[in-house]
Design a protein around this ligand. Structure first.
Ligand code: SF4
Ligand code: SF4
Length: 489
């Protein structure tokens, strides 16, 4: 294998045309772990829309109806602060993880890597064979055999893309709506059908053909990873001190490093780079080169870990490392992994602030939120009561908002003690129920005997009870303080 070009990316020729890669499959400890994690993530992705927590879909991002459910928490569009905490927290978490473990997200959990590695490459291998066979097939002229293999492969790809796109859609429309849509003709739901067809086509294009180009050319995360990482972040790195001078460049066998220049690490790389050139933007930390190189080292009876997880400081070598003789042991680069550095500490602080903000906001959240203000007309009205005693009426404006996904039936009351003292509530356009996510305005009139004020009851609490009809056990009572006013005498 030839040295990769220095003046362009490995997947483009001089004219800018794509060089299609045929990465060799590899085994190894980390590859096995990644495969197992990949399977778990795929199962979670497919199963999550079908899980119910607190009566809601575990994750629902219903954008058209502006309602969101995330692991039992329900949000509406007006809950922007909550969403800021949730999505801001996730972004900061990603930044923190990157600062400590580099692009671990890309290599271990990104849907692009997981689906390409665990599903699409596997299908390709089953149908078309190993890397060399695939390359030969692509270079061979069209024949019945080639058409058959390509048709089988793209048919299998399409089935997988359809499963993924339907699951993807379930996160946005909900599983009930999705099941309904599947049973109906596409023309009955043209918008959703087009979205689903578009997502399927995009997945086929990306997972089936575009692949590493997405990571190296389009993914924004890959672009700003250098801002998030520092010299102490854990990355997949080649141990320069141990490997160099590599075979072919060493003056004599005594001063030769451990790298035998076999290019095995390049052949297995899904983005086609040579990790021996240091940390590169194209590296998605998939660990394939680690497994490949460990295999070579094992055969040569040398210590594993020439390519390993390590910090740039330990693998490229600082003066201190050279003096202390850090060398050639798998995991030698694990020092300073804990985030006692400014960047991770800052991310950790921001993350904790987000979690605290989210917890406080959720704890303060009630099923039906009430804003109550005194009406701007006369502060009070004196009327004659049934038994001839003067009564006072206070007028308030209420704004009620149902923050749940269920219709809530509402009732207004005062304590039995106040009721015995003659306090009564009248609610205009009486709200028997409030639909999910809706707001309603209403007038509240508090009628009470004039003598109540002189007996020291100018502050009372009214109770607003909300009952979600589908979950009677989730009844909630809100106690709202009301200040009563009236004539002094
Ligand atoms: S696989 Fe290891 S020995 Fe072979 S070229 Fe890569 S770093 Fe050198
Ligand atoms: S350099 Fe290694 S870890 Fe990075 S993408 Fe290539 S094979 Fe994966």
């Amino acid at each position: 294998m030839k040295e990769l070009p220095l003046d362009r990316i490995a997947t483009a020729d001089r004219k800018g045309n794509r060089i299609y890669l045929y990465p060799v499959s590899v085994k190894g400890y980390y590859r096995k772990l990644r495969s197992q994690l990949g399977l778990i993530l795929i199962v979670i992705f497919l199963a999550m829309p079908w899980l119910r927590i607190g009566g809601h879909q575990a994750i629902l991002l219903d954008v058209p109806r502006r309602r969101f459910a995330i692991l039992g928490l329900t949000f509406w569009a007006h809950d922007a602060p909550l969403l800021v905490f949730v999505f801001g927290g996730l972004l900061i978490l990603l930044g923190l993880v990157t600062a400590i473990w580099g692009r671990v997200w890309c290599g271990w959990a990104c849907p692009q890597t997981v689906f390409v590695d665990r599903v699409f490459r596997k299908i390709e291998e089953w149908i078309e064979g190993d890397s060399l066979t695939r390359k030969k097939l692509d270079l061979s002229p069209w024949s019945f055999q080639k058409v058959l293999k390509k048709s089988e492969k793209w048919f299998a790809f399409t089935l997988c893309a359809l499963v993924i796109s339907h699951s993807f859609l379930a996160y946005f429309v909900g599983t009930d709506t999705l099941a309904l849509m599947i049973r109906r003709a596409p023309l009955e739901n043209p918008a959703s059908f087009l979205v689903m067809a578009g997502v399927t086509a995009a997945l086929l294009f990306d997972f089936g053909w575009f692949r590493e180009q997405f990571c190296t050319l389009l993914c924004p995360y890959g672009r700003f990873q250098s801002v998030l990482m520092d010299d102490e972040s854990q990355v997949v790195a080649y141990d320069l001190k141990r490997g160099e001078p590599r075979r072919g460049l060493a003056q004599s066998s005594e001063n030769a490093g451990d790298c035998v220049n076999c290019y095995r690490c390049v052949q297995v790389c899904p983005t086609g780079i040579d990790i021996r050139r240091g940390v590169q933007l194209e590296c998605i930390a998939c660990t394939a080169c680690m497994g490949a190189c460990d295999d070579v080292m094992a055969r040569m009876d040398k210590p594993l870990g020439l390519i390993r997880y390590g910090t740039q400081a330990t693998t490229e070598g600082t003066e201190a490392d050279v003096k202390s003789g850090v060398r050639a042991v798998a995991g030698a680069g694990r020092r300073n992994a804990w985030p006692m550095r400014p960047r991770p500490l800052l991310s950790l602080g921001l993350l904790l602030a987000c979690v605290a903000g989210l917890t406080l906001t959720v704890l303060k959240r009630v099923p039906v939120e009430l804003t109550l203000i005194r009406a701007v007309d006369a502060p009070y009205q004196v009327v004659s009561g049934l038994n001839g005693e003067a009564e006072v009426i206070n007028h308030f404006k209420m704004d009620l908002r149902n923050q749940t996904f269920f219709q809530q039936s509402l009732s207004f009351a005062v304590t039995s003690e106040l009721e015995a003292k003659g306090v009564r509530l009248v609610v205009s356009n009486h709200l028997p129920s409030l639909p999910a996510g809706e707001s309603e305005r209403a007038d509240l009139f508090v009628r009470f005997p004039k003598s109540l004020l002189s007996s020291g009851h100018s502050r009372i609490f009214i109770q607003i009870r909300s009952d979600p009809l589908v979950f009677p056990e989730k009844t909630h009572t809100l106690h709202q303080e009301v200040i009563l006013v009236g004539p002094f005498l």
